[in-house]
Design a protein around this ligand. Sequence first.
Ligand code: UFG
Length: 334
Amino acid sequence: MRVLVTGGAGYVGSTTVETLHEAGHQVVVLDDLSTGHREAVIDGVELEVGSYGDAGTLARVLDHHKIEAVLHCAAKSLVGESMVDPAMYYRENVGGGVVLLEGMRLAGVGRIVFSSTASVYGIPDHTPVTEEMPLAPINTYGETKRTFEQGMRWYGNAYGLRSVIFRYFNVAGATKRNGEAHSPETHLIPNVLRAAENDTEMTIFGDDFATPDGTCVRDYIHVLDLAQAHLLALEATDPGDVRTGPAGGPCEPVICNLGTSKGFSNREVVAVAERVVGHAIKHRIGPRRAGDPAVLIASSARAGELLGWRAQHETLEEIVGSAWEWRRRGHNGR
Ligand code: UFG
């Protein structure tokens, strides 16, 4: 299949591109390189530098490459930034998203898989979090993802767009070639590993949460498992596949959480990282970070039932170990 991956030079995008390419799909990346890295795009995959929110660029790329399905990974995705510049998040994630949906409709591309987030649930009142639980985002980032999810739904209703929405929990780890290289880096695992590398001190945000050791608990999913789920989801958007709707539509998005249904506290993450790197990592306890729910654990039953997906790299040692290996190899120049 000819697949366009928006944001395919970013962390999740680039690792998923590797999996799609290995599975034999013809992959094209559309990325404006505002946060992505040119070096993350593997050989054999064409990079189009530009924005999915630019109607002209999008129309040309969809037509030129005869695209059949889109994997929409591109987005603004920093919670803190979204709170101080909501306009940018609405412009890119919602406004740009509508340009993408409309461009796909005009080009006759009726299949999409979307990278959404557990942030759409806000602070869930219980875990594990199932897909039916109320959507109540507590930041602009989550709100814009929820809004785009709804847009997909109405496009499915009106035009028979076939879609899968993945609500990611905490994605981590690396492939041999690609890993997480954000600037600024806000995520726990890269920050812990950077402290290990540079012999600097990292901060755990809060130890007074209602959890066994007082620090927040998260559900970490290996980026390779996430990529595998995207491969299965793209197959499920086939026009003959009843999972994404009846022939001719209307279609409802298939919505799946992606996590492993296991939780690790921030202290546990540091302890695992210390075992992986083979020495103590300097850390201190600081104040809570605004907007952090105490516990976020996914129910990932639906992805298993509907897509036949199962996490293969479930241990935190494996996840952190892959990220550490990637960093030791020099982050591919990033
Ligand atoms: N944390 C620290 N120190 C750091 C960085 C993070 O203690 O230097 C803590 C956070 O406070 C939180 C935990 O580590 O308790 C995980 O934080 P991350 O920033 O790594 O991830 P989040 O859980 O905040 O967010 C991630 C994604 C979001 C997604 C969310 C849903 O980045 O896009 O998971 O679960 F919405």
